[in-house]
Design a protein around this ligand. Structure first.
Ligand SMILES: Cc1ncc(C[n+]2csc(CCOP(=O)(O)OP(=O)(O)O)c2C)c(N)n1
Ligand SMILES: [Mg+2]
Length: 784
């Protein structure tokens, strides 16, 4: 088995470049050791209370040690922003430990509560993670949108002038199987993104197996087509030297033609395996025979595994060779598990060194017993020299890298659009349009985006006034040709709408990137993104990803529900409010009236900026409703934000309440009226946010805080009163209300796929019309 022969020491020549190389090579050795030891400690040494495998990825980490050592200790600058491939988390934490940004006890508690996180987390880790990662592909995609956001801010001079940073993704090669990566690539081409680096750890292994040779042969072409520069780091300096020897070209051809699976298998088998194959295939060349004679098994193995991604000199040369802002993809050939006993083995993804292997590794790394966590033990560079080097690392030179940015003032109220009948979608467009016409700082910091549904979600008016964002000024051809259009969308760097192609992942990744702009790039933005409600599910993992890193944005989902009537079942949404209910760090609302919407949007813009705030999800509708002219004072506004208020107050001891939410409010009103004398004093509860109501109720059940808002609201009802809930969505969104005060509950909603129809037909068919509400009320009363 090939073990431990590949992490080389470079003897210390006198010139400064070589001196640097020597130190970086030593640090790389330390990073490899610490990342492997951190995982070993978590799995084999720390007390286990539950018998679960702790995990951690020694092979994935080893694969990227050289690349990350070069980047963090030499190439990166403080303004650069990085997404680290999820399984390199131990490498990241080890590097931050060496830089003095990560505490030892966090390393010792890797994957334990309060310790360093399994996958780099912007919110849970204390060592300056830029982008969280975990769900493969998303960390790659977000860097592209991060680069776009950096330009958005730079071209508008929203932040103090600084040299632009590079936004860097450290990518596992199998991440390129994720479609979202390519969706992002296309969008990046359209928007001419700059200052973006994707460094692919091309170890030719995924989780299950060895990746296909055929596929990767196409990857560089693909990047080239999208305007990227591709830098391939294939062979290290020693292999390059061997290729330059007599007959060396045959060795190069042999490796070039070697299938990924055979190369990996030989990496695992070591020197003998290489010798056997090279003898069989290349023995006729005297130059190759010489090489085989000169080198012992270990040396031969070291030569044959000298891929550029593990060759510090080659890696530094490649990174430092790029001085412009053209997006660049580095394809760095590496070996999964490089330097570890399971290097190259196809099953090594979750492999852990056992105790004996770790002892051998420790000996090879020259780590004395008890000095496992020592920052410099086992290195052949004096500690003082290493300390001095680390103190001068450019990436670390400017201290904390996150920016604090002032709050954007939000007015006490937003004007309510006037009109007797209006949908919440129309109200949304008018509120934004109104903001666009003013000159508030709030409006200046709003940036909107939509995946090709800008016009159909009512953002058109805003874009007419605020323009499309584009790196360069462009003409409106339709206007120049005097073709009349309601959409006058002028592209320029001043534009405040980023138009996307139809790709919901891109929408959510862009929203996530925009919502981090303050701490990331020094200018706070208030992103508003629109899409059709059912297509939230298309981008759901990316939405979750944005929330997971506590990015702040306002998602406006419209149209929604069965209420989209003739558009049919493929466009009607039902389960989305349950997503809103369950998704952490996303406050979800479904107003019925536009005065409620104005309150919620105002609150939303403030909540998106609050320390303990979150992102916002507004589920809106295209159904025009009769509006109410109401004075909304502070306490009424607070009720709307808390999630419910009585549209019709119940009498004390009332036996029934109808609870409604969103577009079906007219049906609830109609049913309530029809109850008339049969059930005097029945209440009509208007729910504006099942999510906020539920969250607060849960908190109160856990003993946090006082009575919940919903418990207070339901107090006047008789103890054995019935609730009939109705929402144009899955009935479970509101059925939990029966648990608040143990009222009997009859939940109405949509629990089957929809279909085309008009509102009366559909509401009747799916049981959410006034008759259905009355039937439910009658049944509830009979059950008493
Ligand atoms: C969306 C998603 N699907 C599946 C996984 C499980 N998973 C973790 S790593 C991995 C493959 C990683 O291969 P690669 O990106 O090449 O990384 P490396 O070889 O460097 O470990 C998979 C499928 C995941 N983390 N995210
Ligand atoms: Mg891989």
């Amino acid at each position: 088995m090939a073990i431990l022969r590949v992490v080389e020491r470079v003897d210390g020549p006198a010139d400064p470049v070589a001196g640097r190389l020597r130190i970086l090579t030593a640090l790389q050795r330390k990073v490899l050791w610490l990342s492997a030891w951190m995982i070993h400690n978590a799995n084999h040494l720390r007390l286990s209370r539950d018998g679960l495998k702790v995990g951690g990825h020694q092979a994935s980490s080893a694969s990227i040690v050289t690349l990350m050592t070069a980047l963090y200790f030499d190439v990166l600058r403080p303004q650069d922003r990085v997404a680290v491939k999820p399984h390199a988390s131990p490498v990241f934490h080890a590097i931050q430990y060496l830089l003095g940004n990560q505490a030892l006890d966090k390393l010792q508690r890797f994957r334990a509560l309060g310790g360093a996180q399994s996958y780099p987390s912007r919110t849970k880790d204390a060592d300056d993670v830029d982008y969280s990662t975990g769900s493969v592909g998303l960390g790659v995609g977000i860097t592209l949108f991060g680069a776009l956001v950096q330009d958005y801010i730079r071209l508008k001079n929203l932040a103090p002038e600084r040299a632009p940073g590079r936004v860097v993704a450290l990518v596992g090669d199998a991440e390129l199987d994720e479609g979202n990566v390519f969706e992002a690539l296309l969008e990046g081409w359209k928007h001419d993104v700059r200052n973006l680096w994707w460094v692919i750890d091309y170890n030719r292994q995924s989780l299950d197996t060895i990746v296909s040779d055929r596929l990767f042969n196409r990857i560089d072409t693909l990047f080239g087509m999208m305007g990227w520069r591709v830098v391939t780091l294939k062979y290290g300096k020693r292999l390059q030297a061997a290729f330059a020897r007599p007959d060396g070209e045959h060795l190069r051809e042999w490796i070039n033609a070697c299938p990924n699976s055979l190369y990996s298998a030989l990496v695992y088998k070591g020197g003998e395996g290489w010798r056997e194959h090279l003898r069989r295939d290349l023995n006729r060349y005297p130059g190759i025979r010489r090489i085989l004679e000169e080198l012992g098994d270990d040396e031969l193995h070291a030569l044959m595994t000298n891929l550029a991604g593990h060759d510090m000199e080659a890696v530094l040369e490649a990174f430092h060779g790029i001085a412009d802002d053209i997006p660049t993809c580095f394809i760095a050939y590496t070996i999964k598990g490089f330097g570890l006993p399971f290097a190259g083995h196809k099953d090594n993804h979750a492999g852990l060194m056992n105790r004996e292997q770790m002892e051998l590794f420790r000996a090879a790394m020259a780590i004395p017993d008890g000095a496992e966590w020592d920052r410099f033990a086992g290195l052949d560079v004096p500690p003082a020299e290493l300390e001095a080097f680390l103190a001068a690392v450019p990436f670390n030179a400017a201290g904390p890298r996150r920016y604090a940015t002032p709050l954007i003032p939000v007015p006490a109220s937003l004007p309510v659009p006037r009109g007797a009948r209006m949908s919440t979608q129309e109200g949304f467009g008018r509120i934004l349009n109104d903001l666009a016409g003013g000159d508030s700082e709030l409006a200046a910091r709003i940036v909107t985006t939509s995946p090709d549904v800008t016009a159909s979600t009512n953002l058109g008016g805003w874009v007419n006034r605020r323009g499309l964002f584009d790196r360069t000024e462009r003409q409106d051809v339709f206007r120049d040709e005097k073709v009349v259009s309601a959409q006058r969308w002028l592209p320029s760097p001043q534009g405040q709408h980023i138009e996307l192609g139809i790709a919901e992942h891109n929408l959510f990744l862009l929203l996530a990137a925009l919502g981090l702009s303050g701490s990331m790039f020094g200018a706070r933005l208030l992103p508003v993104g629109t899409l059709y409600d059912p297509f939230i599910k298309r981008g759901l993992d990316a939405l979750n990803y944005g929330c997971y890193q506590d990015s702040r944005f306002m998602l406006v989902a419209t149209p929604s529900g069965l209420t989209l009537a003739p558009e049919g079942g493929a466009h009607q949404s039902a389960s989305e409010p349950l997503i809103g209910l369950a998704q952490a760090d996303l406050a979800c609302f479904e107003p019925a009236f536009v005065d409620e919407l104005a309150v919620l949007m105002r609150w939303g813009f403030a909540h998106m900026q609050a320390e303990e705030g979150s992102s916002i999800y507004l589920r809106l509708s295209t159904r025009p409703l009769d509006q109410r002219v109401r004075q909304i004072g502070e306490s009424f506004a607070a009720d709307i934000v808390a999630g419910a208020y009585w549209l019709v107050e119940p009498h004390d001891g009332a036996e029934l309440a109808i609870v409604c939410c969103g577009a079906v409010t007219p049906e609830a009103l109609q049913a309530h009226e029809a109850l008339g004398d049969d059930l005097p004093g029945a209440g009509l509860l208007m729910v504006t946010s099942p999510d906020r109501l539920h969250a607060e109720w849960l908190a109160s059940r856990r003993g946090v805080g006082r009575d919940s808002h919903i418990a207070r609201l339901l107090k006047p009802l008789a103890p054995d009163a019935a609730l009939v809930t109705v929402i144009d969505a899955h009935p479970a969104t509101l059925s939990w209300l029966g648990g608040v005060a143990q009222h009997r509950i009859n939940p109405l909603g949509v629990d089957r796929f929809g279909q085309s129809g008009d509102l009366p037909d559909l509401y009747r068919t799916y049981g959410i019309d006034a008759d259905a509400i009355l039937d439910a009320a009658a049944r509830a009363c009979l059950e008493r």
